[in-house]
Write a protein that binds this ligand. Structure first.
Ligand code: KG4
Ligand code: ZN
Length: 339
């Protein structure tokens, strides 16, 4: 079965073709980061317009690289939510139109389900059940995943997501938008400990997070002080270590609470080298296994949407829903129907 995946929930146009037998055949991601950089954040109207320009040419490109034609597709999967309403509408309307024209199912996918299942695309996929640490720009959650569509929320952030904390702190350090990767690169040149930042709610006894205080603590250090390059690197390193300390502590606690032995890390912050290093060390100490998506599948992409579409299509409960479509800018993963 051949599934086209279309991801347009935010500032990346991600297109991919996934084959249930041969795996991922081709994928392309166009990022709008440069377009939004001048504004310090995503401008929704600009995002929608760019998705309109990019989606069909990228579909053609991906199909050509996969060596398949439109007529070979068995389904078209798209991100139904959560995300920016206008941006989601572009992907949803193109997906529904294509599917209608081809007479194949159009499948709306929850963006976070895509992230959660993305490690299944890797060379060493995890078996169910597992604990998932989902760390993106919009979400920070720990989840117990029993199978496709069977997700139990264990804990989540009360305020900023981990990626959001990286981006906001990067802005405080003058690294531009989106600053997560730049902040991580700066942190790798510095040393934690010279500045002291809090590890918010690390000892709260539950599996929840809170990262907005960290950004405020960085703002307090930066305010009224001219930091040289070495000091900025040390502050970045302390910030990264604080976030990683909390993510590692809560992941370990989630594994201990559930009794699971597998930890899957998904979402953009999952690309962070220090986080992976520390989780792997914890895994060796506690005797659990870690699973990461390939680096290019950590951030938003069409492959995870195509995969989730294929898995939903294969589920016994999969029914044809026609071609009327909706988007869900706010959509709780807990409201997702089981597969
Ligand atoms: O999953 P994603 O692409 O988009 C959302 O669904 O939000 O995640 C993007 C987030 C951004 O906040 C970005 O700064 C962060 O992931 N990010 C990183 C790294 N690479 C991306 N944060 C820390 N270290 C990285 N290497
Ligand atoms: Zn995402």
């Amino acid at each position: 079965m051949l599934v086209l995946g279309i991801e347009t929930s935010c500032d990346e146009t991600g297109i991919a073709v996934y084959d249930t037998v041969r795996g991922l055949l081709a994928q392309e991601v166009h990022t709008q980061a440069a377009m939004h950089a001048d504004y310090g954040g995503v401008v929704p109207e600009l995002a929608s317009r760019d998705h309109i320009r990019r989606t069909l040419p990228l579909v053609e490109c991906v199909l050509a690289r996969a060596g398949v034609g439109l007529a070979d597709l068995d389904a078209v999967a798209y991100t139904e939510g959560p995300g920016l309403a206008g941006a989601l509408l572009v992907g949803a309307s193109i997906a529904a139109s294509l599917a209608y024209g081809l007479g194949v199912p159009a499948i709306g996918i929850h963006h976070l389900e895509g992230h959660l299942l993305s490690p299944l695309l890797s060379a060493r996929p995890p078996a169910f059940p597992f604990v998932a640490l989902l760390v993106s720009g919009g979400h920070t959650q720990l989840m117990r995943v029993e199978g496709v569509g069977a997700y139990a929320l264990l804990g989540e952030t009360a305020d900023d997501a981990a990626g959001e904390a990286f981006d906001k702190t990067a802005q405080l350090l003058g690294l531009g938008y989106p600053g997560g990767p730049a902040l991580a690169a700066l942190a790798d040149r510095g040393r934690p400990g010279r500045f002291k930042l809090p590890r918010p709610v690390i000892a709260s006894g539950d599996l929840d997070f809170s990262f907005s205080g960290l950004k405020t603590a960085v703002a307090t250090v930066v305010r009224g002080r001219a930091l040289d390059d070495a000091a900025r690197a040390d502050l970045a390193a302390e910030f990264q270590e604080a976030i990683v300390d909390v993510l590692v502590a809560k992941s370990r606690a989630a594994l201990a609470t559930t009794g699971e032995r597998r930890l899957v890390v998904a979402g953009g912050v999952g690309a962070n080298r220090r986080l992976r290093e520390r989780l792997d060390a914890a895994a060796r100490a506690d005797g659990f296994e870690t699973f990461y998506p390939e680096l290019d599948l950590c951030t938003d992409n069409g492959a995870m949407i195509a995969l989730a579409g294929a898995l939903r299509l294969a589920a016994p409960s999969a029914g044809r829903r026609g071609y009327a479509f909706t988007v869900r800018p706010r959509w709780d993963l807990a409201d997702l129907p089981p597969a």
